[in-house]
Design a protein around this ligand. Structure first.
Ligand SMILES: Cc1cc2nc3c(=O)[nH]c(=O)nc-3n(C[C@H](O)[C@H](O)[C@H](O)COP(=O)(O)O)c2cc1C
Length: 335
């Protein structure tokens, strides 16, 4: 009997496969199907700082004009193209908690220090088992130094941590000069897990109209490599759990995440592409892989290929650079 269980954010999960934040979690029925398929926990689609701030500003303005609270709610602008807005979000958490038993991780998405972080507490009160804070920022201002941005991230994490009793995960992008340093600082500021990495979406250029076109492509397994690399380098060097999001499509991908040192492997693209039922076949294949390779449990393999454990840790660092470049064989056309 293979033991697929893992520990993440203090929960004992039946499997290391977690549904990352995405549109599927907007439906209670979908989350129920994820649980039935063996998914260990679900991260909800995000509630965004912008939605909370717009709603708060509008509420102040409307109430100042003498309108009653109930009537005021019908004045809110439509920010619901992606989700159901702040109040609806809290109600969704409550509905999910009534319907499913797997841990429900709410997601709060923002990057400035401000009143929106109070929603962390409201999410906890609505019944969220944990919170994932997504620091998705496009740092395009030349006046802002990397150090100042990182200090702000740590302040946001401390502020959110101070409002919560439930566990806190922090989802970050890959664009830091020192990922181990920021990961360690976020853990010191109160993150119980770091989730690596956000995918950043860049608009494409439409050449005839000279306009920018939003572009969201689902990932492939190729995107897993930087996540494995940094997980392997972080494992055992920060106090927080590590979760991988990005490029998890096959049972082998999940195995690689575990060997690098992640506690959970998250997926969205694979479920969007194949449907929620695909989670079950991933877990059947994962079980089979462990049997064939004579592992008894997931825990046994976690971190076994981290930088501290492999025989050639230089492969993760600059030492490997020249070797990789030299390994490329020119094709006949290029000669
Ligand atoms: C359609 C779509 C919606 C998403 N919505 C969110 C979101 O609300 N909050 C968030 O933190 N990540 C969101 N993500 C990112 C995913 O959680 C995940 O980190 C990313 O897609 C990489 O994982 P994957 O390769 O398994 O897709 C979304 C992704 C997709 C494709």
């Amino acid at each position: 009997m293979i033991d697929l269980s893992t520990g993440y954010l203090g929960f004992q999960l039946p499997s290391p496969l977690v549904a990352s934040a995405g549109p599927l979690s907007r439906s209670v029925d979908n989350v129920q199907r994820m649980a039935d398929a063996g998914i260990g926990a679900v991260v909800l689609h995000s509630l965004f700082e912008e939605q909370i701030e717009v709603e708060a500003a509008d509420l102040d303005r409307i109430l100042a004009s003498g309108v009653e609270m109930q009537e005021a709610q019908s004045y809110f602008p439509d920010m619901t193209s992606y989700n159901i807005g702040p109040e609806g979000y809290l109600e969704h958490i409550e509905a999910l908690k009534r319907a499913v038993r797997l841990p429900v991780i709410a997601s709060l998405n923002g990057v400035s220090l401000g009143g929106w972080v109070r929603y962390a507490k409201l999410m906890e009160q609505a019944g969220a088992d944990a919170l994932e804070l997504n620091l998705y920022e496009v740092a395009g201002d030349p006046e802002q130094s990397g150090a100042a941005i990182e200090d702000r991230y740590c302040s946001i994490v401390s502020e959110v941590r101070s409002q919560l009793r439930i566990p806190l995960a922090v989802k970050i992008g890959p664009y830091f000069t020192s990922i181990p340093n920021i990961a360690r600082r976020l853990a010191q500021a109160g993150a119980d897990a770091v989730v690596i990495f956000n995918r950043f979406y860049q608009p494409d250029f439409e050449l005839e109209s000279l306009s920018l076109v939003p572009s969201l492509q689902l990932s492939t397994s190729q995107e897993l490599l930087p996540r494995l690399h940094w997980t392997a380098l972080l494992h055992g060097r920060i106090s927080a759990d590590i979760a991988i999001t990005g490029g998890v499509h096959t049972a082998e991908d999940i195995v690689k995440c575990m060997l690098a040192g992640a506690r959970v492997a998250m997926t969205t693209s694979a479920l969007l592409h194949h449907g929620i039922g695909y989670a079950r076949s991933l877990l059947v294949d994962l079980n089979q892989w462990l049997v064939e390779h004579e592992y008894e449990s997931i825990r046994q393999m976690q971190g076994a290929m981290s930088a501290g454990k492999v025989s050639d840790p230089g492969a993760f660092e600059r030492a490997n650079y020249m070797k990789v470049l030299g390994s490329y064989t020119l094709s006949d056309a290029a000669k």
